[in-house]
Design a protein around this ligand. Sequence first.
Ligand SMILES: [Cu+2]
Length: 114
Amino acid sequence: MRRLPAAVLVAVLALAPACSEGGGASSEPVETNEVDLPKSYRFEPDAIRVDAGTTVTWTNKDDFPHNVHLLDGSDTTIDLPLGGRGSFTFEEAGTIQYECSLHPQQMQGTVTVT
Ligand SMILES: [Cu+2]
């Protein structure tokens, strides 16, 4: 009987991503202003939605330095050393793509500002 709770937990975890992705294309934006960089080479969540005027904070929890390079023409780069945090305030509505300029192939994200 001791194994039952673990089995239930696994079932819940397995169902959660299937429910939230609904179709399997790119993920729906998550309503948050906090983005983590867990191991390895990821933005989590990689797509967020915020209201105009919101400050978004990225926290590097990976074992490598990264950055947030906004692809909005401003050439803004927010450095995220090991354990570092960086913030940016999105004043205008729009969809802003960003990448880690050190690892642009693996690390891309989107901020939808409404
Ligand atoms: Cu990186």
